[in-house]
Every structure is written in structure tokens, then in C-alpha cells.
Design a protein around this ligand. Structure first.
Ligand code: NIG
Ligand code: FE
Length: 407
């Protein structure tokens, strides 16, 4: 067993509800605390001196200076496996073209598909690992990664195999998701429905066979897939044994309802969600995931996080890091900005990037600092945990621990 500390503050997130609003007074904050670790698991969080005297002969990792600890963050929505760059989309949008107009004219996602298809496996793997390392440096140790820039059997499998290879090379946990239903590729001869059927018959069986992903995502939007065909697709993928997540209500409302109806783990985006559907989400176990990086990237409104929390929804916040709509990748900056625009408490934001976003991925073994959970946490050189969001991402993480070890 190993004891790490003393820390000025340990924010454990113990005993917080999975859903609904939170006030900062509900946070358990242990001052002058220590974390007792056995192998890769937290055994106890408490007063450092008390833990030391209760457990004589412990290995002690002493923390110098004032530091605070939070559970490591979970980014439950990213597209960080991609080739190329879409700086030109950024310029076109700022010159007046909309995201959907760019998509319809063959730019947007399709241009990333072309770059990703033509990139070598080495290049895709090394840029993916660089992005993973950047996220780890922010204190993020669990990262969902989607395919969706391959859009045919060969290239979707290529992406998912690269994500699997990256998992062998990083200590972070990667959660792969098959997003072959990102867009019907321009070179597919057939209807949307035929393309969705192709995913089901040609891509998903191989994904299963090689154990490349346990989750399936779809982009339901005017420029991508329509509500009815999407619902049918999701029910079929569910029957194949996949968990489901949906890109919902980004520009057009209605699809979060489908996510709830099919029992999706999460409905992500929700910038355009109407009040009635906020209630519907709030009464479900489908996590409502805000993606402030996409709002910032596109200059669109933010997800109604305040209303979702007040209604009792499970709110997660993720980066959506991708080359088009959300190129920034800094979840801490994005979540801090979402807090200022949506009037979120620090507790609500931290919950949204820890145990609530973990739940969106079906993970209940992390996201809090409690006995029995994975010893992933992040420290900051400061005397007050509030400074992390207050500084909007410019207070760098001091140390990041995965399975009890500094990385
Ligand atoms: O979550 N909205 C669809 N998919 C991504 C964007 C992907 C892209 O533009 O490359 C998103 O914003
Ligand atoms: Fe996305």
C-alpha cells in the first residue's frame, strides 16, 4: 500500500447524485488529506496524518508545497483520430458560410474523410497519440475516441484498429466508438438507408469479430441521417449487442427524443433541444452531453445545460475534439466557459467531466475518489480547487496519476 499526500484539499465527489443540479456546498472537501492506494485502486481518502498513523510501515509519496486533487477527468466524446486539418472551413465560416453549407458543398466531414483515408497508419497513430498526450496533460485519463472519418469497411476498420493500437501504447483508457454513420460518403452508390444497411451487414460484424468497439454512434441531422432511418438503424445495432450514443439536436431538434426512446447511453450536442425534449431527457437515464467546444468552434449557442440540470438530467461535458467543429481540444477551458454562459456551479462542472461523463461511457469504476475505485486523479499547484475553473484552463495540471502512478 502507498499513501500520497499531504494535499491541501481533496475533492472526492463522494455521495453526489448522478443526476440534477448541485451546489458547491455539497462537495466533500478533505483538507490536509492523503490518498491510500493498493495496486491500482483507492483504498481510503482521509486525513493524511491519521492515515499515516493507522498504517505504519507504509510507502509514502510526499507532496511538496500546496496542491489540490480532483478525480481525473473523463472526456466522453472525441474524434481525435483524423488526418489533415480544416483551417479552411474555419475561414469559410467566418466569411459567412454555415457548417451545413460547407458540408453540402463537399467540405466539412467529407474533406476529413479524404485526408484520413489517404493518411498512413503510422501518421494516424502518431497524431492520435500526440492528442492523447495533450489530453492527459490536462488531467484527462479516460478518452472516448470515435471512428467516422473512414466511412467504408476498409477505412473504418483501419481507424478502429489504430485506436486499438493506441490503447497498447497509452496508459489512458480509450473507449472506442464506431461512427460509420457520420455521413453517407460521396462515393457510396445508394441511398442513406442502403448505407446504414451496409454498416450493419458489412462493418459491424467485423467490428465485433475483432472486438474493435462496443459502442455505435450516429449523426442525426439534415445533412446526415434522418430520424426514422436512424431509429431503425439504432434498434438494429442494439440488437447486435452494441451500446448506443447519438449526435443529437445539434442544429435541428427532435433527435434527442430518439436517443431516449432507443435507450442510448448518451445524447450529445443538444444545442437546439426544445424545452419539451429537455424534460424527456431528464426523465431518462440517457446522459445529456454538452459539447461547448463545438459551440465555440462554430459560433453557435451553448447546450442548455442549466435547464437540463434543473430538470434533473444527467449532464456530462465533453470536448468533441475534431478537425471541423471543435479543433481546440481543451476540455477544461471549454467547461469553464460553459459554466460562465450557463451559470453552472463548480460542482456541476466537475461532476460533468468526471463521474457523470464516466457514466455516459458505462464506467462506474472511476470519476470519484473513493474506496474501491480506480486510482486516477489530477493535482494542481494551488490552495483552492475553485482556481481550476476560475483560471479557465490556464492553471496547468501539476501531476496526473493513472492507476496510482504518476504519468
Ligand atoms: O460532433 N456533428 C457532427 N460531427 C462532429 C463534427 C465532425 C466534423 O465536423 O468533422 C461534431 O461536431
Ligand atoms: Fe462529435
Amino acid at each position: 500500500m502507498k499513501l500520497i499526500g499531504p494535499f491541501k484539499q481533496i475533492v472526492t465527489l463522494a455521495n453526489l447524485p448522478l443526476r440534477g443540479k448541485l451546489s458547491d456546498e455539497q462537495l466533500e472537501i478533505i483538507t490536509d488529506g492523503g490518498i491510500l492506494i493498493e495496486n491500482d485502486t483507492i483504498r481510503k481518502v482521509g486525513n493524511f496524518i491519521a492515515l499515516q498513523s493507522e498504517n505504519p510501515g507504509l510507502e509514502i509519496e510526499t507532496i511538496e508545497g500546496e496542491q489540490i486533487v480532483l478525480p481525473a477527468f473523463v472526456d466522453s466524446h472525441t474524434h481525435i483520430c483524423f488526418g489533415g486539418n480544416r483551417a479552411n472551413d474555419f475561414a469559410m465560416r467566418n466569411a459567412g458560410k454555415t457548417y451545413l453549407e460547407i458540408a453540402e458543398s463537399g467540405g466539412g466531414i467529407w474533406s476529413s474523410v479524404q485526408h484520413t483515408r489517404s493518411a498512413s497508419e503510422e501518421e494516424l497513430l502518431s497524431t492520435l497519440l500526440e492528442r492523447i498526450d495533450f489530453l492527459i496533460s490536462l488531467g484527462i485519463t479516460t478518452i472516448e475516441v470515435k471512428s467516422g472519418y473512414g466511412l467504408d469497411v476498409e477505412n473504418e476498420l483501419k481507424m478502429l484498429r489504430i485506436i486499438k493500437k493506441a490503447q497498447e501504447k497509452t496508459k489512458a483508457t480509450l473507449v472506442p466508438t464506431c461512427l460509420s454513420a457520420h455521413l453517407k460518403p460521396r462515393d457510396f452508390e445508394g441511398s442513406n438507408q442502403e448505407y446504414l444497411e451496409y454498416i450493419i451487414t458489412e462493418i459491424l460484424p467485423k467490428v465485433k469479430e475483432e472486438n474493435l468497439a462496443g459502442r455505435v454512434d450516429i449523426f442525426i441531422e439534415k445533412s446526415a441521417f434522418q430520424p426514422e432511418e436512424s431509429k431503425d438503424f439504432l434498434l438494429k445495432t442494439k440488437a447486435l449487442g452494441f451500446e448506443i450514443t447519438v449526435h443529437a439536436d445539434q442544429f435541428t431538434p427532435g433527435s434527442s427524443r430518439i436517443a431516449v426512446e432507443v435507450g442510448a447511453q448518451s445524447a450529445d450536442h443538444l444545442e437546439a433541444t426544445i424545452d419539451e425534449d429537455i424534460e424527456f431527457l431528464a426523465q431518462s437515464n440517457t446522459v445529456a452531453t454538452a459539447l461547448p467546444g463545438a459551440s465555440l468552434g462554430l459560433g453557435e449557442k451553448f447546450t442548455p445545460a442549466r435547464k437540463l440540470l434543473d430538470a434533473g438530467a444527467i449532464l456530462a461535458i465533453a470536448s468533441d475534439w475534431n478537425p471541423g467543429s471543435a479543433p481546440m481540444g481543451n476540455l477544461i477551458t471549454q467547461a469553464s466557459i460553459l459554466a460562465t454562459f450557463q451559470k453552472l456551479s463548480t460542482a456541476e462542472v466537475i461532476a460533468g467531466i468526471t463521474f457523470r461523463s464516466a457514466y455516459a461511457l458505462g464506467l462506474t469504476d472511476r470519476g470519484r475518489l473513493e474506496n474501491g475505485l480506480k486510482a486516477d486523479f489530477v493535482t494542481f499547484k494551488t490552495d483552492n480547487f475553485q482556481n481550476v475553473l476560475y483560471n479557465q484552463g490556464s492553471l496547468n495540471a501539476e501531476n496526473v496519476y493513472i492507476d496510482g502512478n504518476k504519468v
